[in-house]
Design a binder for this molecule. Structure first.
Ligand code: ZN
Length: 236
């Protein structure tokens, strides 16, 4: 399984508080536990030519993980379009935390993906609401992150095919924190935890969710579709 981890890699270099938690970048921590799980991992960064997402890299990617927050607008439209086309043709896509506002995710959803948010270091409790889903394999019924950014409903997305996790925050809000979609042949998972000032991606259950999601989102190997004018298979 070939995983590409894309990171805008801006906060970790600008902000001392973030650098203390992710000194090599959020992508390095994600890549570390994915490699330990046995996945083949490569990294792609905003600063690279074509943001590291050339046709060649995408052709060699089974699942793309995306972490973006403050630099969504710096992603070139041409690259966003290329990534979107590759997802439609079967590459899995995992959008983490604020990547709900990434160009690629918004194209796939067709909505604003707006939500409520608050940075108050409050606890988040995530409930598994679809225990039979492959992403929930081996998880506890619920788990807690000591500090996370609150994301609250309503979350302006099309109705997900599965709501895998539902989160509760002490301020009273709830949020659909794990949602799945299919677009074309591509499987998509949105997972909300992962604000850059908290050590979320070191949490073993969070790591398990992301590893499970990679396996779930991998291409199924189905036939490549053809479109347009079509000759009949039978005499008509
Ligand atoms: Zn955040």
């Amino acid at each position: 399984m070939r995983v590409t981890v894309w990171n805008e890699f801006v906060h970790e270099r600008r902000d001392e508080e973030v650098r203390k938690i992710y000194p090599q970048g959020i992508h390095a921590v994600l890549g570390d536990f994915l490699q330990k799980e046995g996945f083949s991992v490569r990294f792609a960064l905003l600063e690279q030519p074509e943001h590291g997402l050339t046709e060649e890299v995408l052709a060699q990617t089974d699942v793309l993980i995306w972490w973006g927050h403050i630099a969504h607008q710096e992603v070139e439209d041409e690259v966003a379009e290329r990534v979107t086309r590759r997802i439609l043709s079967g590459m899995g896509f995992i959008a983490l935390h604020a990547s709900q506002k990434a160009k690629v995710f918004k194209r796939l959803m067709g909505t604003s993906c707006g939500l409520k948010w608050r940075e108050a270091g409050e606890k988040e409790r995530l409930w598994v609401v679809e225990p039979g889903h492959p992403i929930c394999q081996g998880l506890p019924e619920h788990f807690e992150l000591e500090q996370e950014e609150m994301y609250g409903e309503p979350f302006e997305i099309p109705p997900p095919e599965s709501v895998v996790f539902l989160s509760w925050f002490p301020g009273g809000e709830v949020f659909r924190s794990g949602c799945t979609f299919t677009r074309g042949a591509g499987k998509i998972f949105y997972f909300q935890p992962g604000h850059e000032t908290y050590p979320t991606y070191y949490h073993p259950v969070v790591q398990k969710v992301i590893c499970n999601a990679v396996r779930w989102a991998a291409p199924s190997g189905g036939p490549a579709p053809t479109y347009g004018n079509h000759n009949p298979l039978e005499r008509i």
